[in-house]
Design a protein around this ligand. Structure first.
Ligand code: PLP
Length: 362
Protein backbone atom coordinates (compact mmCIF):
# COMPACT_ATOMS: atom_id res chain seq x y z
CA UNK A 1 0.00 0.00 0.00
CA UNK A 2 1.07 3.63 -0.53
CA UNK A 3 1.18 6.44 1.96
CA UNK A 4 -1.40 8.94 0.83
CA UNK A 5 -3.85 10.10 3.49
CA UNK A 6 -5.47 7.16 5.27
CA UNK A 7 -9.27 6.82 5.26
CA UNK A 8 -10.72 8.71 8.23
CA UNK A 9 -13.71 7.88 10.38
CA UNK A 10 -14.49 10.61 12.92
CA UNK A 11 -15.22 9.62 16.50
CA UNK A 12 -19.01 9.92 16.87
CA UNK A 13 -18.61 10.61 20.61
CA UNK A 14 -15.55 12.79 21.07
CA UNK A 15 -14.73 14.25 24.46
CA UNK A 16 -16.72 17.50 24.71
CA UNK A 17 -15.01 20.89 24.81
CA UNK A 18 -15.57 21.59 28.49
CA UNK A 19 -14.28 18.20 29.63
CA UNK A 20 -11.30 18.42 27.30
CA UNK A 21 -10.36 21.86 28.68
CA UNK A 22 -10.55 20.40 32.17
CA UNK A 23 -8.32 17.44 31.23
CA UNK A 24 -5.81 19.65 29.42
CA UNK A 25 -5.38 22.01 32.37
CA UNK A 26 -3.14 19.43 34.04
CA UNK A 27 -2.65 16.41 31.78
CA UNK A 28 0.49 15.00 33.44
CA UNK A 29 1.92 12.24 31.28
CA UNK A 30 0.34 9.21 29.62
CA UNK A 31 -3.14 9.40 31.09
CA UNK A 32 -5.13 11.81 28.94
CA UNK A 33 -5.83 10.33 25.52
CA UNK A 34 -7.14 11.93 22.34
CA UNK A 35 -10.27 10.92 20.39
CA UNK A 36 -8.69 8.92 17.57
CA UNK A 37 -6.14 6.24 16.75
CA UNK A 38 -4.40 4.81 13.69
CA UNK A 39 -4.53 1.13 12.81
CA UNK A 40 -2.71 -0.72 10.01
CA UNK A 41 -2.84 -4.48 9.61
CA UNK A 42 -0.25 -6.87 8.28
CA UNK A 43 -0.51 -10.46 7.21
CA UNK A 44 2.03 -12.68 5.50
CA UNK A 45 -0.22 -13.05 2.45
CA UNK A 46 -1.56 -9.48 2.11
CA UNK A 47 1.38 -7.42 3.43
CA UNK A 48 0.47 -4.04 4.97
CA UNK A 49 -3.19 -3.21 4.44
CA UNK A 50 -6.32 -1.56 5.79
CA UNK A 51 -4.69 1.62 7.18
CA UNK A 52 -7.15 3.97 8.84
CA UNK A 53 -7.66 6.69 11.39
CA UNK A 54 -10.74 5.96 13.43
CA UNK A 55 -12.32 6.51 16.84
CA UNK A 56 -10.11 5.51 19.77
CA UNK A 57 -11.66 2.35 21.17
CA UNK A 58 -10.77 -0.78 23.17
CA UNK A 59 -9.35 -3.76 21.31
CA UNK A 60 -11.07 -7.12 21.27
CA UNK A 61 -8.43 -9.84 21.32
CA UNK A 62 -8.79 -13.60 21.32
CA UNK A 63 -7.16 -14.93 24.53
CA UNK A 64 -4.77 -16.96 22.35
CA UNK A 65 -3.44 -13.87 20.54
CA UNK A 66 0.32 -14.43 20.26
CA UNK A 67 1.45 -11.15 21.87
CA UNK A 68 -0.31 -12.04 25.13
CA UNK A 69 1.85 -15.14 25.48
CA UNK A 70 5.24 -14.49 23.90
CA UNK A 71 5.51 -10.70 24.06
CA UNK A 72 6.24 -10.14 20.39
CA UNK A 73 5.73 -6.39 20.68
CA UNK A 74 7.64 -3.18 19.88
CA UNK A 75 6.92 0.50 20.36
CA UNK A 76 8.09 4.05 19.78
CA UNK A 77 7.64 7.34 21.59
CA UNK A 78 7.80 10.81 20.05
CA UNK A 79 6.32 14.22 20.67
CA UNK A 80 4.46 16.65 18.47
CA UNK A 81 5.00 20.28 19.43
CA UNK A 82 3.14 23.45 18.74
CA UNK A 83 5.85 25.86 17.59
CA UNK A 84 6.27 29.49 18.55
CA UNK A 85 4.60 30.51 15.24
CA UNK A 86 1.52 28.34 15.87
CA UNK A 87 2.35 25.55 13.40
CA UNK A 88 2.73 21.92 14.51
CA UNK A 89 5.84 19.79 14.12
CA UNK A 90 7.44 16.46 14.93
CA UNK A 91 11.05 16.14 16.11
CA UNK A 92 13.20 13.85 13.91
CA UNK A 93 10.31 11.42 13.29
CA UNK A 94 12.21 9.62 10.52
CA UNK A 95 14.66 8.48 13.21
CA UNK A 96 11.77 6.90 15.12
CA UNK A 97 10.54 5.26 11.89
CA UNK A 98 13.96 3.72 11.26
CA UNK A 99 14.42 2.59 14.84
CA UNK A 100 10.96 1.01 14.68
CA UNK A 101 12.19 -0.98 11.68
CA UNK A 102 15.34 -2.08 13.53
CA UNK A 103 13.26 -3.12 16.54
CA UNK A 104 10.90 -5.04 14.21
CA UNK A 105 13.80 -6.91 12.64
CA UNK A 106 15.14 -7.98 16.04
CA UNK A 107 11.71 -9.24 17.15
CA UNK A 108 11.16 -11.11 13.85
CA UNK A 109 8.37 -8.74 12.87
CA UNK A 110 7.68 -7.11 9.49
CA UNK A 111 9.23 -3.68 8.90
CA UNK A 112 6.69 -0.89 8.51
CA UNK A 113 7.71 1.35 5.57
CA UNK A 114 9.05 4.69 6.82
CA UNK A 115 6.43 6.65 4.84
CA UNK A 116 3.55 4.78 6.52
CA UNK A 117 5.02 5.44 9.95
CA UNK A 118 5.40 9.16 9.21
CA UNK A 119 1.94 9.47 7.65
CA UNK A 120 0.36 7.72 10.65
CA UNK A 121 1.96 10.15 13.10
CA UNK A 122 1.26 13.27 11.06
CA UNK A 123 -2.35 12.39 10.36
CA UNK A 124 -3.20 11.55 13.95
CA UNK A 125 -1.78 14.88 15.17
CA UNK A 126 -3.73 16.78 12.51
CA UNK A 127 -6.98 15.03 13.39
CA UNK A 128 -6.49 15.53 17.15
CA UNK A 129 -4.71 18.90 17.10
CA UNK A 130 -7.19 20.46 19.53
CA UNK A 131 -5.58 18.18 22.16
CA UNK A 132 -2.40 20.27 22.58
CA UNK A 133 -2.37 21.46 26.20
CA UNK A 134 -2.66 25.25 26.17
CA UNK A 135 0.48 25.63 28.31
CA UNK A 136 3.97 26.61 27.28
CA UNK A 137 5.89 23.48 26.42
CA UNK A 138 2.78 21.29 26.20
CA UNK A 139 2.92 18.55 23.60
CA UNK A 140 1.09 15.58 22.14
CA UNK A 141 2.98 12.39 22.92
CA UNK A 142 2.61 9.76 20.20
CA UNK A 143 2.89 6.07 20.94
CA UNK A 144 3.23 3.97 17.80
CA UNK A 145 3.36 0.24 18.55
CA UNK A 146 2.96 -3.14 16.92
CA UNK A 147 1.70 -6.44 18.31
CA UNK A 148 1.69 -10.03 17.07
CA UNK A 149 -2.02 -10.60 16.42
CA UNK A 150 -2.16 -14.16 15.12
CA UNK A 151 -4.32 -16.48 17.21
CA UNK A 152 -1.94 -19.37 17.77
CA UNK A 153 -0.08 -20.80 20.76
CA UNK A 154 2.80 -22.33 18.81
CA UNK A 155 6.11 -20.59 19.34
CA UNK A 156 7.05 -18.92 16.05
CA UNK A 157 6.92 -15.41 14.54
CA UNK A 158 3.28 -14.44 14.13
CA UNK A 159 1.81 -14.45 10.62
CA UNK A 160 -0.33 -11.38 11.43
CA UNK A 161 0.38 -8.04 13.08
CA UNK A 162 -1.49 -4.96 14.19
CA UNK A 163 0.29 -1.59 14.08
CA UNK A 164 -1.34 1.28 15.94
CA UNK A 165 -0.68 4.85 17.00
CA UNK A 166 -2.37 6.40 19.99
CA UNK A 167 -1.82 9.92 21.27
CA UNK A 168 -1.88 11.54 24.67
CA UNK A 169 -1.62 15.10 25.89
CA UNK A 170 1.57 15.83 27.84
CA UNK A 171 2.05 18.80 30.14
CA UNK A 172 5.33 20.58 30.67
CA UNK A 173 6.10 19.03 34.00
CA UNK A 174 9.53 20.59 34.31
CA UNK A 175 9.06 24.20 33.25
CA UNK A 176 12.47 25.56 34.02
CA UNK A 177 14.43 22.33 33.88
CA UNK A 178 14.01 19.03 35.64
CA UNK A 179 15.06 18.65 39.28
CA UNK A 180 18.08 16.39 39.83
CA UNK A 181 17.21 12.72 40.38
CA UNK A 182 18.63 10.09 42.68
CA UNK A 183 19.63 6.90 40.95
CA UNK A 184 20.03 3.39 42.29
CA UNK A 185 22.72 1.03 40.99
CA UNK A 186 21.21 -2.37 40.25
CA UNK A 187 23.67 -5.02 41.40
CA UNK A 188 21.51 -8.12 40.88
CA UNK A 189 19.44 -7.36 37.83
CA UNK A 190 20.62 -6.55 34.33
CA UNK A 191 18.57 -5.04 31.54
CA UNK A 192 20.30 -6.43 28.49
CA UNK A 193 23.03 -8.85 27.47
CA UNK A 194 25.12 -9.11 24.28
CA UNK A 195 22.98 -10.78 21.64
CA UNK A 196 19.79 -9.90 23.50
CA UNK A 197 17.16 -7.25 22.84
CA UNK A 198 18.72 -4.26 24.65
CA UNK A 199 18.92 -2.18 21.47
CA UNK A 200 15.29 -2.88 20.50
CA UNK A 201 12.44 -0.81 21.88
CA UNK A 202 10.30 -3.71 23.02
CA UNK A 203 7.92 -4.06 25.93
CA UNK A 204 9.80 -7.11 27.19
CA UNK A 205 12.82 -4.99 28.12
CA UNK A 206 10.58 -2.88 30.31
CA UNK A 207 8.84 -5.88 31.87
CA UNK A 208 12.18 -7.23 33.05
CA UNK A 209 13.34 -3.84 34.35
CA UNK A 210 10.39 -3.25 36.67
CA UNK A 211 11.63 -5.30 39.59
CA UNK A 212 14.89 -3.32 39.58
CA UNK A 213 12.96 -0.07 39.35
CA UNK A 214 10.89 -1.13 42.38
CA UNK A 215 14.11 -1.81 44.27
CA UNK A 216 15.27 1.71 43.40
CA UNK A 217 12.03 3.21 44.74
CA UNK A 218 12.25 1.10 47.90
CA UNK A 219 15.69 2.58 48.46
CA UNK A 220 14.46 6.14 48.15
CA UNK A 221 15.67 6.64 44.57
CA UNK A 222 13.86 7.78 41.43
CA UNK A 223 15.43 5.60 38.76
CA UNK A 224 17.63 2.57 38.37
CA UNK A 225 20.93 2.49 36.47
CA UNK A 226 21.83 -0.81 34.84
CA UNK A 227 25.35 -2.20 34.53
CA UNK A 228 26.57 -4.57 31.83
CA UNK A 229 25.57 -8.23 32.13
CA UNK A 230 29.06 -9.74 31.75
CA UNK A 231 31.16 -7.86 34.31
CA UNK A 232 28.55 -5.89 36.29
CA UNK A 233 30.85 -2.95 36.01
CA UNK A 234 30.22 -0.86 32.90
CA UNK A 235 27.45 1.70 33.10
CA UNK A 236 24.77 1.16 30.45
CA UNK A 237 21.63 3.27 30.89
CA UNK A 238 18.56 3.88 33.02
CA UNK A 239 15.36 1.89 32.44
CA UNK A 240 14.26 4.29 29.73
CA UNK A 241 16.90 7.00 29.38
CA UNK A 242 20.50 7.24 28.14
CA UNK A 243 23.30 8.66 30.32
CA UNK A 244 26.01 11.32 29.89
CA UNK A 245 29.00 12.20 32.10
CA UNK A 246 30.72 15.61 32.01
CA UNK A 247 34.33 16.13 33.20
CA UNK A 248 36.16 19.24 34.35
CA UNK A 249 38.28 19.29 31.16
CA UNK A 250 35.22 19.63 28.90
CA UNK A 251 34.98 15.95 27.99
CA UNK A 252 31.49 14.48 27.71
CA UNK A 253 31.28 10.68 27.80
CA UNK A 254 28.30 8.50 26.94
CA UNK A 255 28.30 4.69 26.77
CA UNK A 256 28.57 3.34 23.20
CA UNK A 257 25.51 1.81 21.54
CA UNK A 258 26.94 -1.56 20.69
CA UNK A 259 23.91 -3.75 21.11
CA UNK A 260 22.88 -3.60 24.76
CA UNK A 261 21.84 0.07 24.87
CA UNK A 262 18.87 1.75 23.23
CA UNK A 263 19.97 4.20 20.52
CA UNK A 264 18.19 7.26 21.87
CA UNK A 265 17.32 10.04 19.46
CA UNK A 266 17.70 12.56 22.29
CA UNK A 267 21.14 11.03 22.96
CA UNK A 268 22.20 11.48 19.35
CA UNK A 269 20.88 15.06 19.27
CA UNK A 270 22.73 15.93 22.49
CA UNK A 271 25.97 14.50 21.07
CA UNK A 272 25.67 16.85 18.08
CA UNK A 273 24.75 19.91 20.14
CA UNK A 274 27.56 19.23 22.63
CA UNK A 275 30.14 18.90 19.83
CA UNK A 276 28.93 22.17 18.33
CA UNK A 277 29.52 23.97 21.60
CA UNK A 278 33.07 22.68 21.75
CA UNK A 279 32.76 19.77 24.16
CA UNK A 280 34.94 16.75 23.46
CA UNK A 281 32.25 14.07 23.14
CA UNK A 282 33.39 10.47 23.39
CA UNK A 283 31.29 7.34 23.11
CA UNK A 284 33.13 4.99 25.39
CA UNK A 285 32.60 2.67 28.31
CA UNK A 286 32.67 4.13 31.80
CA UNK A 287 32.88 1.98 34.93
CA UNK A 288 30.78 2.46 38.05
CA UNK A 289 33.85 2.47 40.35
CA UNK A 290 35.46 5.12 38.18
CA UNK A 291 32.28 7.19 38.38
CA UNK A 292 32.45 7.08 42.16
CA UNK A 293 36.16 7.98 42.20
CA UNK A 294 35.77 10.82 39.69
CA UNK A 295 32.73 12.28 41.44
CA UNK A 296 34.60 12.18 44.76
CA UNK A 297 37.77 13.78 43.37
CA UNK A 298 35.77 16.46 41.55
CA UNK A 299 36.99 15.40 38.12
CA UNK A 300 33.43 14.48 37.18
CA UNK A 301 31.33 17.63 37.42
CA UNK A 302 27.90 16.80 35.99
CA UNK A 303 25.82 13.81 34.89
CA UNK A 304 22.46 13.65 33.18
CA UNK A 305 19.97 11.27 31.64
CA UNK A 306 18.01 11.95 28.46
CA UNK A 307 15.01 10.70 26.52
CA UNK A 308 11.94 12.01 24.70
CA UNK A 309 9.57 12.14 27.67
CA UNK A 310 11.61 14.25 30.12
CA UNK A 311 14.21 15.52 27.55
CA UNK A 312 17.23 16.04 29.88
CA UNK A 313 17.23 15.10 33.56
CA UNK A 314 20.19 15.93 35.83
CA UNK A 315 21.55 13.15 38.03
CA UNK A 316 22.10 14.49 41.56
CA UNK A 317 23.33 11.44 43.44
CA UNK A 318 24.06 7.75 43.02
CA UNK A 319 23.18 5.13 45.61
CA UNK A 320 23.96 1.44 46.07
CA UNK A 321 24.53 -1.15 48.75
CA UNK A 322 28.13 0.21 48.78
CA UNK A 323 27.00 3.66 49.87
CA UNK A 324 26.31 6.87 47.99
CA UNK A 325 28.03 9.69 46.18
CA UNK A 326 26.92 13.11 44.99
CA UNK A 327 27.43 14.62 41.54
CA UNK A 328 28.78 18.16 41.70
CA UNK A 329 26.66 20.14 44.15
CA UNK A 330 23.81 17.61 43.82
CA UNK A 331 21.63 19.91 41.72
CA UNK A 332 21.25 20.57 37.99
CA UNK A 333 24.63 21.33 36.42
CA UNK A 334 25.28 24.36 34.25
CA UNK A 335 26.21 22.56 31.02
CA UNK A 336 23.33 20.13 31.55
CA UNK A 337 20.91 23.07 31.70
CA UNK A 338 22.53 24.69 28.68
CA UNK A 339 22.24 21.58 26.53
CA UNK A 340 18.67 21.04 27.65
CA UNK A 341 17.78 24.64 26.79
CA UNK A 342 19.36 24.36 23.34
CA UNK A 343 17.46 21.19 22.51
CA UNK A 344 14.11 22.37 23.87
CA UNK A 345 14.38 25.68 22.00
CA UNK A 346 14.98 23.87 18.70
CA UNK A 347 12.11 21.45 19.39
CA UNK A 348 9.70 24.31 20.06
CA UNK A 349 10.77 26.48 17.14
CA UNK A 350 12.25 29.16 19.38
CA UNK A 351 15.83 28.68 18.13
CA UNK A 352 16.93 28.14 14.50
CA UNK A 353 17.03 24.53 13.31
CA UNK A 354 20.18 24.21 11.18
CA UNK A 355 20.05 20.39 11.28
CA UNK A 356 16.55 20.12 9.82
CA UNK A 357 15.34 18.16 12.86
CA UNK A 358 11.94 19.83 13.10
CA UNK A 359 9.41 18.47 10.58
CA UNK A 360 6.31 20.60 10.10
CA UNK A 361 2.93 18.88 9.98
CA UNK A 362 0.30 19.91 7.46
C1 PLP B 1 13.15 5.14 24.38
C2 PLP B 1 14.31 4.83 25.21
C3 PLP B 1 15.37 5.74 25.42
C4 PLP B 1 15.35 7.16 24.91
O1 PLP B 1 15.22 7.26 23.53
P1 PLP B 1 14.74 8.62 22.88
O2 PLP B 1 14.72 8.33 21.41
O3 PLP B 1 15.72 9.65 23.23
O4 PLP B 1 13.38 8.91 23.43
C5 PLP B 1 16.46 5.33 26.16
N1 PLP B 1 16.52 4.09 26.70
C6 PLP B 1 15.51 3.21 26.55
C7 PLP B 1 15.64 1.87 27.17
C8 PLP B 1 14.39 3.54 25.80
O5 PLP B 1 13.40 2.65 25.67
Amino acid sequence: MTAGAFPFEANPNPVDDARRAELLADPGFGRVFTDHMVTIRYSDDKGWHDAKVGPRAPLTLDPATAVLHYAQEIFEGLKAYRLADGTMALFRPEQNARRFQRSAKRLAMPELPEELFLQSCRQLVEVDQHWFPPVEGGSIYLRPFMIASEVFLGVKPSAEYLYMVIASAAGNYFKSGAPAIKIWVSEHYTRAAPGGTGAAKCGGNYASSLVAQSEAIRNGCDQVVFLDAAEHRWIEELGGMNLFFLFDDGTLITPPTDGTILEGITRESIIELAREQGLNVREERYAIDQWRADATSGKLVEAFACGTAAVVTPVGSVHSTNGSFTIGAGGPGQITQQLRGKLVNIQRGIAPDPHGWVQPIG
